[in-house]
Design a protein around this ligand. Structure first.
Ligand code: 13P
Ligand code: SF4
Length: 400
């Protein structure tokens, strides 16, 4: 049920990818066959089946749910959170046999790295990837690092890798003295990195890197250069490498990249006194125009703390924004974009996949297990542990 008092549903766009959940799009999503029968979405007993399987599993299973998950799935999560909180929660539960990750592949990999060998991490749909994580491949990253080495810059350059990356790139980061970060601790990660060296290699989200370096650490836009893995040498001269304080990987989130300066201006015109609240994966120009910026957990806390009657236009994934509108009928909550903006891969985890995974686990069949190999896990864990040990994480910027 949607809060019809204040929330206006954005209009679907003609792009089928954005309509997952309403229609399938076999041309753009690879789809993964599930062994055994996947329940049909129209099965009226799905909720009951999920409840029964969940109850049968008891403490043997622990279900983690990212804030972008659908309502039909998030209702079964034992804990919900942003990427950082979910990593912490996975690490803090040493007893559950099965960690069922309702999120995307890189989060499930991180949970496997942070849990013990006897615990098994399950991703209900293996096609739940992340288009940003796919923009950096380990071979490309190693080639990029070779350039730092050739120029003699590797010693003073600290890799800072966003959680939204493969385990192999996290391991590269650990091996080369770097840390992982999430949107809730990017500032602390960069500050830590600049205590270790004079330059940061930030990947794969150029926007989070630039927003944090410029808006939180006070660096200039000119201190940041963009490394394009599809250009020879990243498209940068030796001099640009040497002069840069932050070398940003050319990656972005296709969901948050949709928000533009124009929609911020429109929201301000349409809604007097509106507060613009966005995720730091949005483009720099958008974040600069916003009133508040932070991780999904921060966005939720900001709304919880807001005055009744206040107006909010939120620039992040639509499942979360709609849920916030429903949770705050005393506030005017609108979606910042003009049209539908789901994360299609987060949406891959639906009730049929969850039921399928839970029923299989309850029957003793471990399906869709995510396993990171031992060497990758060892070094990725070094980088993840550096992040978990950072002081004072969880804060977010509130502009003047
Ligand atoms: P957070 O929930 O950590 O803010 O990240 C958002 C996101 O894009 C996860 O993929
Ligand atoms: Fe990846 Fe963007 Fe989806 Fe997050 S919202 S999982 S960064 S595509």
């Amino acid at each position: 049920m949607t809060n019809t008092a204040t929330f206006t549903e954005p209009q679907p766009t003609p792009l089928a990818l954005l309509l997952l959940g309403q229609t399938a799009d076999p041309a753009t999503e690879k789809g993964v066959a599930c062994p055994g029968a996947l329940p049909v979405a129209s099965d009226p007993t799905l909720v009951e089946r999920a409840r029964r399987a969940r109850a049968a599993l008891g403490d043997r299973a622990y279900i983690l749910g990212h804030h972008y998950q659908r309502d039909e799935v998030i209702q079964f999560a034992d804990v919900t959170g942003d990427s950082f909180k979910l990593a912490q929660m996975a690490a803090a539960n040493p007893t559950a046999e099965y960690i069922v990750f309702c999120g995307v592949h890189f989060m499930a990999e991180s949970a496997d790295i942070l849990t013990s060998d006897s615990q098994q991490v399950v991703l209900p749909d293996l096609a739940a990837g992340c288009s940003m994580a796919d923009m950096a491949e380990i071979g490309q990253v190693e080639d990029a690092w070779d350039r730092f080495v050739e120029l003699g810059l590797d010693e003073g350059t600290i890799p800072v890798t966003y959680m939204n990356s493969t385990a192999a790139i996290k391991a590269f980061t650990g091996r080369n003295g770097g840390t992982i970060c999430t949107s809730s601790n990017a500032r602390q990660s960069l500050e830590w990195a600049f205590e270790q060296g004079e330059r940061v290699f930030f990947l794969p989200d150029q926007h989070l890197g630039r927003n944090t370096a410029v808006l939180e650490l006070g660096l200039s836009l000119d201190d940041c250069v963009l490394f394009d893995p599809h250009k020879p040498g990243g498209g940068l001269t030796d001099e640009q490498f040497r002069a840069a304080k932050v070398v940003l990987w050319r990656g972005h989130c296709s969901v948050h990249g949709r928000f533009s300066e124009a929609v911020v201006d429109e929201a301000r015109e349409r809604i007097p006194g509106v507060n613009i609240l966005v995720h730091p994966e949005c483009r720099h120009e958008v974040v600069k125009k916003a009133d508040y910026v932070g991780s999904t957990e921060y966005i939720i806390r900001r709304l919880d703390a807001a005055e009744p009657g206040s107006a909010w236009a939120i620039g992040t994934e639509l499942n979360l924004v709609r849920r916030l509108a429903n949770a705050h009928p005393d506030k005017q909550v609108t979606f910042l974009d003009r049209s539908v903006c789901y994360c299609s891969t987060m949406n891959r985890i639906d009730l049929p996949h969850l039921v399928w995974a839970l029923e299989n686990l309850a029957a003793g069949n471990v399906v869709n297990r995510i396993v990171v190999d031992v060497d990758t896990e060892r070094w990725a864990r070094v980088a993840l542990d550096r992040m978990l040990a950072l002081p004072g994480v969880g804060a977010a910027r509130t502009p003047d």
